[in-house]
Design a protein around this ligand. Structure first.
Ligand code: NCD
Length: 312
């Protein structure tokens, strides 16, 4: 791969190879291997035009673990307030020798347009563009699922036969979008459950089942329930009557968790609204993979950086 912009165009073979590489990276981290530094001499620039905690830190750690230098730009402390454009910011970072740009931007399609218009020659990773895609999050989610269900035998495996329910604010979720592409490519049976007002437009382009209630979706005995943050900052009007009603109908509660089999897992990309889309006791339960997802994110991003910068 030259860039990593989307999970939509990944083949199953490439996706499995990235998961296998994530597994190698995770072992490498566990073993504290610091001899082999494939990105030595490379500068990775984080260009974050939107707030982020875990994604930015995770890319920083991933780049450093591979031996790269890291520079970080965040919108709040930049020349953006002086009207500098995305194009000029990326060109500035490239002029500082950045070979890879990790881009998070509030506009859907930002990373793709930087590549298409050839603003820079650096490699670009989409770290979240508006409500469009967040491909490294989907990769770490797929990896978390595969590790939980196949353990150390996971290498080479797809997610064939696993049932995944994605619940909540699918409309505003780039995480859901990237996961719908990737998890279906990997052979999982994916369903979404959300209020009609929070269903994505054009849902028929995804190979997913749509449920009108969370309880109906949970009746399918899913292996994975992926909860999503209610993205209040992207809501311009009322998408549901009240938060307590949302929690009652769409929240992953302790009662709902008890209906799942013991081996099923509950995921959340973070940041969580505890008590809204996920009950605190569920987020902290042994079936929750919330912190595991964060930890796996570093290895997944190492795999992506290593792939796009391969033989830099
Ligand atoms: C997600 C994001 O920013 O898209 N978070 C993340 O990357 N960890 C999900 C969200 O904001 O709800």
């Amino acid at each position: 791969m030259k860039h990593f912009l989307s999970t939509c165009d990944l083949s199953a073979r490439d996706a499995v190879a990235l998961l296998d590489s994530t597994m190698d990276m995770s072992r490498r981290r566990a073993a504290g291997d610091s001899d082999n530094l494939p990105l030595r001499g490379v500068t990775v620039a984080n260009a974050f035009f939107e707030d982020s905690t875990r994604t930015r830190l995770s890319f920083e750690l991933a780049a450093r673990a591979l031996g790269a230098e890291v520079i970080t730009f965040t919108a709040a402390s930049s020349s953006l307030s002086k009207g500098e454009s995305l194009k000029d910011t990326l060109k500035t970072l490239e002029a500082m020798d950045a070979g890879a740009l990790i881009l998070r931007h509030p506009d859907s399609g930002a990373a793709e347009s930087a590549v298409r218009n050839e603003w820079v020659s650096a490699r670009i990773v989409n770290a979240g563009d508006g409500t469009h895609e967040h491909p490294t999050q989907a990769l770490l989610d797929a990896y978390t699922i595969r590790s939980r269900f196949f353990g150390s035998d996971a290498a080479g495996k797809t997610l064939d036969g696993l049932r995944v329910v994605i619940v909540g604010d699918v409309l505003h979720s780039r995480v859901a979008r990237s996961n719908m592409w990737l998890l279906t490519t990997l052979g999982a049976e994916v369903s979404i459950a959300s209020p009609v007002s929070l269903q994505p437009k054009g849902v028929s382009q995804f190979d997913v089942k749509v449920f009108g209630t969370l309880d109906d979706a949970l009746d399918t005995d899913p292996n994975v329930v992926m909860t999503l943050r209610v993205q209040r900052e992207r809501m311009t009007s009322g998408f549901f009557p009240t938060e307590s009603e949302y929690a009652t109908f769409w929240g992953m509660s302790a009662a709902r968790l008890s209906k799942l089999s013991d081996s099923s897992i509950v995921m959340h990309p973070g940041p969580m609204n505890r008590g809204l889309e996920i009950a605190s006791s569920v987020a902290d339960s042994s079936q929750s993979t919330v912190t595991e997802q964060v930890a796996n994110g570093i290895a997944a991003r190492m795999a992506v950086l290593n792939n796009i910068m391969g033989g830099h």
